[in-house]
Design a protein around this ligand. Structure first.
Ligand code: ATP
Ligand code: MG
Length: 696
């Protein structure tokens, strides 16, 4: 073994003269092979700029560059380390002119695309336009243009979308713009149809390394094939059990085609897992076991048995979040054996869930405990525009000199104070070294500010002062709720949301966020609450105090610059990463696996036959669970709730079948595992029903 590589890894690293596939389970050092292979290629004389390492996300690219820097120093900056899309941008900037695209073409983001589609389809409904976008994107990923999509459209709806796609494509050309999918599709067209371009790129890149190969789609594979050409010097690393982007067009066919398209492909398997304890690895293996094996592989770990995987049940989402926070606190305090003296920093923890919206109760519980965190792979609840608006007002009460908070609250909603007035106020404030708020009451405001505007400014200032005074003296939940309700009415916030948004559904969702946020804040002001240990406590705090803790945590987060913070992430965005302590939350039937069908009979909960489509979705969900489990290095807790919020109601919920399967050790189970599973499910269902009864 040299430089922290085992023999199989060394094999993969040293083979530089042809096509190579490293196929191995989670945590076996695939990504590590890529970084070391970059170093090796440079050692054998390949110029750094002729090496390309393709990652799945920008974040992964940044991380890989850091690691490469550690191995090869300055040369790392010349290596092409980026996503497929970023490589696509580079190809198009250099050679897009061949297809009539200017080098300074613009790249549309999802919002731009939606608004163009609304235009093309003659609708103002964002939700519909988003569905079109989704379908068009899928077609593009399958390599279909509008005409081809129309030709094979199965129904009227698809034909309509294909027509809109044609209009949309015309628009993009007229605007000299491309969308995200074009960043793969257009380079492919270029490489496939223009020999001189293809030859150029084959010369430009001497060796291509692809991480997370199992989640590439058909067009990406074609791009890769053209770039590596006859010489076929490339290294792909992947794990078929971690393919979780099938819904976005990724296909395992890319793995199957590799040995066919490249008969001299060297396939290397890695079997040792360096990331997780044996207990965690066993749980992972048990969960993935029922899936069909594309390539059989076994994983072992030498990190010891470790702590058993914990299964945590909670009453509801809030309770689940409190328990997660309590777990973090006890591991950090060393009162739990899982801390083991190390791995006790905030950054050593991750909370992973199926869907973005599930982060909210965890964010709230973490804020309450003043634990810094970041939400990756999705938007934090506290980053939503409407929540930021409200927080700006609170920040202004707490610190009148907070200029950004002033500007945000004075314009949300607008209150007859125009941009010009604000600009004049700004100039004045800078000149006299005052904050914007202080300048409001200055007697010498510039004469250019109209007396009407001055009146509005004064009124705003008095309003804020008055709110601040009252918030200081508002104690307890009821009073806080009354205060917040009246204030929102005063400033006309609901109307502001509906006026600013074409789509009523979107506006309604925003307003719901606002109400929920206020409800949560009021709850923090008093009444009976569960404290972190689950005990009941009675508190009474002023609204101003509560507002203060909330803004404190946001500055805390900013100061920490996302360094030493707890990670909240979707399972999808957690791919490739690792943390000492992982909590998988919301592991309930219907969430993970995600609702598979309308009818339980066909959803796989019964033991009857499943349809092919549902079976495939269940398999992908299983891989998602496998990805989640294998992020954990030292400790893993899996939690589920007996009841969950569904709209405004609480409904009984069941633990995920994966929880039962996780504990089913095939190697030790003597009885028919299906029987045991059935019994366990029945037991869980009984407990869930009882719990729901007690509560309601
Ligand atoms: P995933 O499938 O989740 O992407 P992976 O196969 O890419 O995992 P890596 O992230 O490369 O695995 O490695 C997992 C962990 O094991 C990392 O912390 C890495 O540094 C470590 N590791 C890998 N190989 C070795 C080795 N030979 N010796 C010591 N540690 C290793
Ligand atoms: Mg990896």
């Amino acid at each position: 073994m040299s430089a922290g590589l085992n023999l199989a890894q060394l094999d993969a690293v040293n083979y530089v003269s042809g096509p190579c596939l490293v196929l191995a389970g989670a945590g076996s050092g695939k990504t590590r092979v890529i970084t070391h292979k970059i170093q090796r290629l440079i050692q054998v004389g390949v110029e750094p700029k002729k090496i390309a390492a393709i990652t799945f996300t920008n974040k992964a690219a940044t991380e890989m560059r850091e690691r490469a820097k550690g191995l090869i120093g300055k040369a790392a900056k010349d290596v092409v380390i980026c996503t497929f899309h970023a490589l696509g941008v580079r190809i198009m900037r250099e050679d897009g002119h061949v297809l009539g695209l200017k080098p300074q073409f613009s790249i549309l983001d999802a919002d731009d695309v939606v608004s163009i589609l609304k235009d093309c389809g003659g609708t103002t409904d964002s939700a519909t336009a988003r569905q079109w976008q989704w379908t068009i994107s899928l077609w593009k990923n399958m390599g279909l243009n509008a005409a081809q999509a129309a030709a094979q459209a199965p129904d009227d709806n698809a034909r309509v979308i294909a027509r809109i796609m044609a209009l949309y494509e015309e628009r993009l050309t007229a605007y000299q713009s491309v969308d995200f999918d074009d960043l793969i599709g257009l380079p492919l067209k270029l490489l496939a149809e223009h020999e001189e371009v293809r030859a150029k790129w084959q010369k430009t890149l001497a060796h291509v390394l692809v991480d997370e190969y199992q989640d590439t789609n058909a067009t990406q594979y074609e791009v890769l094939k053209h770039i590596v050409g006859e010489r076929a010097c490339f290294t792909a690393v992947g794990d078929d059990d971690q393919s979780i982007y099938g819904w976005r067009g990724a296909t395992l066919d890319n793995l199957k085609r590799l040995p066919v398209d490249f008969p001299n492909l060297k396939v290397i398997k890695l079997e040792q897992n360096y990331r997780s304890t044996s207990a965690i690895l066993r749980a992972a293996n048990n969960v993935i076991q029922p899936n069909p094996k594309l390539f059989p592989k076994t994983l072992f770990s030498e990190l010891g048995e470790g702590e058993p995987v914990r299964v945590v049940d909670a009453d509801n989402e809030e309770h689940e979040a409190e328990r997660a926070v309590a777990r973090i606190q006890s591991i950090r305090a060393g009162t739990s054996s899982e801390g083991m003296g190390q791995y006790r920093e905030f950054k050593d923890f991750a909370i992973l869930y199926r869907a973005n919206h599930m982060a909210r109760p965890f964010e709230q519980a973490l804020r309450r405990a003043q634990i810094p965190y970041k939400v990756s792979g999705g938007q934090s609840f506290f980053d939503k525009a409407e929540i930021k608006d409200l927080c700006a007002w609170f920040r202004l009460w707490i610190n009148n000199d907070d200029d950004p908070a002033f500007l945000r609250s004075v314009t949300s909603p607008k209150r007859g104070i125009g941009h010009q007035t604000l600009a004049q106020l700004g100039t004045f404030a800078t000149q006299y070294k005052l904050s914007l708020f202080e300048s409001l009451f200055a007697s010498s405001l510039p004469s250019a500010v109209s007396s009407r505007a001055i009146g509005s400014l004064h009124e705003f200032g008095r309003f804020v002062n008055d709110l601040e005074y009252r918030a200081r003296h508002t104690l307890g939940k009821e009073a806080a709720m009354a205060f917040l309700t009246e204030w929102l009415k005063d400033i006309g916030y609901e109307k502001h949301l509906y006026d600013g948004e074409d789509n009523e559904k979107v506006a309604a969702a925003r307003w719901t966020n606002v109400l929920e946020f206020c409800d949560w804040m009021a709850g923090r002001c008093g009444g009976e609450i569960d404290d972190a240990s689950g005990a009941q406590a009675t508190v009474s705090k002023s609204l101003l105090e509560v507002a203060q803790t909330i803004s404190l945590i946001s500055t805390l987060n900013e100061r920490e610059q996302e360094q030493n913070v707890v990670t909240l992430s979707t399972l999808h965005a957690s791919k490739g990463l690792e943390w000492p302590h992982v909590m998988l939350v919301g592991v309930n039937e219907g969430l993970l696996p995600f609702k598979l069908g309308d009818d339980d009979e066909h959803s796989g909960r019964s033991d009857g036959p499943m349809s092919e489509g549902i079976l495939q979705r269940l398999q992908e969900e299983r891989r998602l669970m496998y990805v989640g489990i294998t992020r954990a290095q030292r400790s893993l807790a899996v939690s589920w709730t007996r009841r969950r919020k569904k709209g405004r109601e609480m409904v009984a919920a069941l633990p995920s079948r994966f929880i039962t399967e996780m504990a089913l050790d095939k190697s030790t189970a003597k009885e028919d595992p299906r029987e045991k599973l059935k019994a366990l499910r029945a037991e869980f269902a009984k407990r869930a029903a009882e719990a729901a009864e007690v509560k309601s």
